[in-house]
Design a protein around this ligand. Structure first.
Ligand SMILES: [Zn+2]
Length: 177
């Protein structure tokens, strides 16, 4: 039997019941994540099992999926990105307790009442799943913005030499007298 996880929940109580929970949240609820995206469209879904570790720490393990929309850095058009990852969290009340968690558990801080916000629990994990370089795949119709088509050479990454602060550096160097 599955229970729908509320946006705010008591981690310790859920751990004692070893409940299987599901969660669905719009991407727009993850403010820091959405700020890195083209827009807040899409949805995040998670399925997780609550439990208590051998050391008595409430835990939640499961999988996290989502679709987010980024901007391709080559053609500047929208690009959909699928997120799919697994997690094992340990719920702790302090940074000290977080340091004592076994390696397989990522710490999630509870408030004084033992409550956790679902958005805060998953946001860092979602941000970590964004690609380092946002570019369409080779076989997609992806043409650099402003290019006419006659020069079809691939753009060199990091090939730009424009350094807006080099002049400032010179000024600072000469300003020591
Ligand atoms: Zn592209």
């Amino acid at each position: 039997m599955e229970t729908r996880l509320p946006s705010r929940f008591n981690a310790a109580a859920l751990g004692r019941t070893t409940t299987l929970c599901t969660l669905e949240l719009p991407v727009s609820h993850f403010k820091r994540l959405a700020a890195l995206l083209l827009d807040g469209s899409g949805e995040v879904r998670a399925s997780m099992q609550f439990d208590v570790s051998q050391d008595g720490v409430p835990t939640a393990s499961g999988s996290l999926q989502g679709e987010v929309r980024l901007t391709c850095q080559r053609c500047l058009t929208p690009m959909d990105h699928l997120i799919s990852t697994a997690f094992s969290f340990g719920f702790v009340a302090s940074e000290t307790a977080a340091d004592e968690l076994p390696d397989y558990l990522d710490p999630v801080l509870m408030d004084e009442a033992g409550d956790v916000l679902a958005v805060e629990m998953f946001e860092d994990e979602l941000i970590l799943q964004l690609p380092l370089s946002t570019l369409h795949a080779e076989d997609e119709n992806c043409v650099p913005q402003g290019e006419t088509g006659e020069a079809s050479q691939a753009p060199e990454p990091g090939g730009k030499t424009y350094q807006p602060f080099s002049a400032l550096g010179e000024m600072l160097k000469n300003d020591d007298g």
